[in-house]
Design a binder for this molecule. Structure first.
Ligand code: NAI
Ligand code: A1CAB
Length: 273
């Protein structure tokens, strides 16, 4: 049995907060223990609340500090939202933040009463419990709080704990933003397929199914990404011709991704404070 927190308030159930909520519900977190604060609830969130029974936007006066306060708002909203949210994190509470860039020190200043703080970078596949999260805890996180945070993150996929908070900016750039790179790969493959003469709908289906099948194959196989790539590449064949372009020094995919990931990590650092 997972050691979920006895009560949880989620502040901000947009795309990522909503994805984690779906993962928790699928993973067995009791809907009766969940309260969600979301000023602009989507239709899907409202339907989910009706179907499962968690409280969506309970009267503010009824809110008491929860064992876990999960922050799913945007980093730029923290300063504005914190004064109203801070009373919901008491000495027994754990604050779990998914905000890109916001450091443990930023969060401790915004939630001065909180018993402990965990900064997490999750990713969007959390909604189907296939996410990967990297977490770092401040000194207030004791073993029970850490186990509860771990249970929440495990319900959304895999979890890695790190001790060095400075790694989180690069983590954000690789796995937090990473699903967007994969989806963009599917977009770009479809576009290139159209340029090579395919009808758009066929090109989009082929790109989508190729990304899905390749991901499933990676999941099913112990082979490294390099070994799987080599398995597609016949010497002197078609893949080899394509990879000579993609792996080109200077302007190939490794160079582009290095630049893109550095830009994302820099943006994460800028968002602190
Ligand atoms: N979208 C993603 O794939 C990932 C997002 N994140 C982080 O998740 C956070 C949310 O990002 P998204 O879900 O993409 O944005 P979003 O805009 O979809 O969600 C933010 C939600 O917060 C709500 N909100 C605004 N003020 C509020 C308040 N005072 N109290 C409660 N809720 C309030 C908004 O109505 C909105 O629904 C960000 O901090 C981002 O860095 C982290 C990893 C991946
Ligand atoms: O784009 C962003 O800022 C957020 C953080 C990681 C993924 N989405």
């Amino acid at each position: 049995m997972e050691q979920f927190p006895a009560s949880l308030i989620l502040a901000g159930a947009g795309r990522m907060g909503g994805a984690m909520l779906e993962g928790w519900l699928e993973g067995g977190l009791a809907p009766a223990s969940i309260q969600v604060i979301e000023p602009h609830p989507s239709e899907a969130l409202t339907t989910l609340a009706q179907r499962t029974g968690f409280q969506l936007n309970p009267p503010v006066a009824s809110l008491r500090p929860a064992r876990a306060l999960v922050l799913g708002i945007k980093p730029q909203m923290l300063a504005e939202a914190a004064p109203a949210l801070a009373p919901l994190a008491g000495p027994e509470s754990l604050v779990l933040s998914i905000l890109a860039g916001k450091t443990l020190a930023n969060l401790a200043a915004a939630f001065p009463q909180a018993g402990g703080i965990v900064r997490v970078m999750p990713n969007l596949p959390a909604s189907i419990r296939r996410g990967v999260s990297v977490a770092v805890a401040n000194a207030g996180i004791d073993a029970p709080r850490r186990a509860e945070a771990d249970a929440l993150l495990r319900a959304a996929g895999d979890v890695e704990w790190v001790a060095d908070e400075s790694l989180i900016d690069a983590v954000t750039a690789v796995s937090g933003s990473g699903p967007a790179y994969v989806f963009h790969l599917a977009e770009a493959m479809a576009q290139a397929g159209v340029a090579a003469g395919l009808p758009r709908d066929l090109a989009e289906r082929l790109a989508r199914k190729t990304v899905i099948g390749s991901g499933d194959l990676m999941r099913a196989s112990d082979a490294s990404a390099s070994a799987l790539r080599e398995a597609v590449t016949s010497p002197g064949g078609t893949t080899f011709a394509a990879l000579q372009v993609l792996m080109r020094d200077g302007d190939g995919m490794p160079a582009l991704l290095t630049e893109a990931i550095a830009a994302a990590a820099n943006r994460s650092r800028e968002l602190s404070g």
